[in-house]
Design a protein around this ligand. Structure first.
Ligand code: FE2
Ligand code: FE2
Length: 346
């Protein structure tokens, strides 16, 4: 079955050529992040026990934390149908993680190219190596599952928007704040619920790396935004808004994402019946609450990270308001997770 997102694609992106002949580190924080990145490299071939068994027929997630399981039609399915759906959802989610890591790898390469100073280039190169290892480790894990899924259109659009941006600040916002906020939150959530020991070990290593990546976004981008001319700052704020809106719009799209629709098909669930049931659930006013120990990537990570670096301006705040997107400033979970510590939910 072919989908738009399954095809390998090429497109052009503008990129400044940025040489830097001042080989100095003048930020202690960035220097220590770079040193940590070098020291904490791990090797998917050597440090992961690939002999640990993965049973692709069993669900990878121990609890039904996904919103899908609140849809009435899904709740009416038999236990074996639910088990099939759970296995496909897990393969779908892990496939998105793998495709996202490929996007992160390309983005880190673009950052290495485009950031304007020596220390940023060296750090971004460590991130590129981290992402290469993540692609390697998730590709190897997914190989053990019986099924893989194409990239979701929203994730692809978000990463394409980021890779096509005309400045490194926008690339860092799209990647290190929006996409990696999503990734870091998802990884913590998977780690909290998975019963697969191999996946737990992989997630622990990846989370340690991703915490650095989110931290870099903050350190590096905040100063750059502060130093910008007001017009340029607004342009960056508009880009951040576009990235967030693209993601939020996906929640209300009329057409199902092809990759997710494939999950339904393969689980023997009729697409139309499913979406009818979702609409009925929404119309009844039933709200799906995430369990307390689950991270909400938008609320806990992305939005506070954007506010903190100054990527939300007074003007763009009005745009969020007009779209009904809350601007959240509370950042205790974000700050805790940047240190690599597990989230303390409030
Ligand atoms: Fe990664
Ligand atoms: Fe990353």
């Amino acid at each position: 079955m072919g989908t738009e997102s399954e095809d390998a694609s090429n497109s052009n992106a503008p990129m400044e050529i940025s040489w830097q002949f001042d080989y100095l580190f003048d930020s202690d924080k960035l220097k220590s992040l770079y040193s940590k990145a070098k020291r904490d490299q791990w090797d998917a071939e050597q440090d992961i026990d690939w002999d640990l068994q993965v049973d692709p027929s069993r669900p990878l997630f121990g609890r039904d934390v996904m919103a899908v399981f609140h849809v009435p039609l899904v709740q009416r399915l038999s236990a074996s149908q639910q088990a099939t759906l759970r296995a496909h959802l897990a393969a779908h989610q892990l496939s998105q993680i793998l495709h996202g890591e490929q996007g992160a790898l390309m983005t880190a390469g673009a950052l290495t190219h485009a950031v304007p100073d020596h220390q940023g280039k060296l750090y971004a190169a460590t991130q590129a190596m981290d992402e290469a290892r993540h692609v390697e480790v998730f590709a190897a894990y997914i190989h053990k599952l019986a099924v893989t899924y194409p990239m979701s259109l929203t994730l692809k659009r978000l990463i394409d928007l980021t890779l096509g941006a005309d400045s490194w600040v926008k690339i860092a916002i799209g990647m290190n704040m929006v996409v990696e906020g999503l990734a870091l939150g998802t990884f913590h959530n998977v780690l909290a619920v998975t019963e697969c020991e191999l996946l737990r070990r992989i997630m622990r290593g990846v989370i340690r790396d991703e915490s650095r990546h989110v931290g870099f976004g903050n350190l590096y981008v905040a100063d750059a935004i502060k130093a910008m001319h007001a017009d340029e700052r607004e342009e960056v704020a508009d880009f951040a808004f576009m990235a967030i809106k693209l993601m939020r719009d996906a929640r209300h799209r009329r057409e199902p994402d092809p990759a997710f629709a494939l999950v339904l098909d393969r689980s023997g669930i009729d697409r139309n019946d499913f979406y009818k049931s979702v609409l009925e659930m929404r119309a009844s006013g039933q709200k799906v609450e995430l369990p307390k120990d689950q991270v909400h990537p938008f609320k806990h990570l992305m939005m506070p990270a954007l506010v903190r670096v100054g990527a939300v301006t007074d003007r763009s705040r009005k745009r969020y308001e007009a779209e009904g997107i809350p601007v959240i400033e509370e950042r205790s979970t974000l700050e805790r997770m940047e240190t690599g510590a597990p989230p303390a939910m409030n």
